[in-house]
Design a protein around this ligand. Sequence first.
Ligand code: ADP
Ligand code: MG
Length: 353
Amino acid sequence: MKNNFLEIKNVDFKIGGKIKVKNASFLIENEGDTLCILGPSGIGKTTILRTIAGLEEIEKGYIKLNGKLISSKDKHVEPEDRNISLAFQDNSLFPHYTVEKNILLGSQRNKTKKKKKLSFKKIIHMLDISKILKKYPHEISAGEAQRASLARSLLTQPDLLLLDEPLSNVDQSFKEEIQVRLKKILSNLKITTIIVTHDSYEAFYLGNKCAIVLDGQIKQFDDPYNVYHFPNSIEVVNFLNRGILIPAKVTGENSLENEDLGTIKGNFIKHYAKGSNVQLLLQPEDLEHDDKSNLKLEVVDRKFRGTNFIYTLKTNSDLLIPVFVHSHHEHQHEADEKFGIKRPINIDHIVCF
Ligand code: ADP
Ligand code: MG
């Protein structure tokens, strides 16, 4: 049987004597892969990282790294003997050291005999922190501190790197660039990583797999494409802010009927018997605007989102439906106007609950 690089099986993650995430199982198959953990604030994401790092003990299930048992009811390898590096959520730079000295602590802790070593110079360049090396932590911004702390963690080149919301304070304009560079560094050096993030697009970009933590459990563990297109529960749909759920009746192999919108065609991702009443996931990109259509809905609101407008439309039975329209569309519709929707409605993957 193939060994998974990191295996977490039936673990109750606990902090302060209370179970926060129950009976969790997830894994990282290959060395060098990245797993992203997503979930609302306070759900237990940091607790999961602390436990994997060995700062919290477990009483149920086990954690194996590289085939070796590191946590279970009867076994607890000490944090310093795990070669796992945890970069804390809050700035954890030492206040009395310069940024440079703080980062260099990382290379001192580097215990690896890996062939590919990461050079200090290169990482400084990639994370764009050369200008702040001589400064002290109180003299830099929160985003700079995060990048410095990320540089330090990367330089340790651990067997497993745990990053707790590493880019949450980095400016939006610079964040995507840093994400690209981080992905490059992690894959060049084959550093196996778990990244906790709030940002689903960051998780989808960086993760080979995503674990979504909701209601005290790992609600979905899957690759980013599946998490996005095949959310496994209403909770995941709502958490990812994917769209709205509307009542519909299954009318055939490829069709449903909604009272206000009429026939909806497409491919079901799961089979439902004809006549079933379901909740259908409707996303802003599913509906197409058409001024000539006889299906007219009332405009309640319009948000400008750069390349798109998102219109909120009201149906006869008071459902509020979001619709994307390209902002180049020649005329705009004001609130209280009517807005046409192309018929029949076609949805590629039909997701129902
Ligand atoms: P997240 O990282 O998802 O925001 P945490 O793992 O930090 O969540 O915390 C999960 C829950 O456990 C929170 O409600 C938090 O208040 C609580 N908690 C965190 N640390 C402790 C602690 N040392 N003792 C008791 N409760 C804690
Ligand atoms: Mg946290």
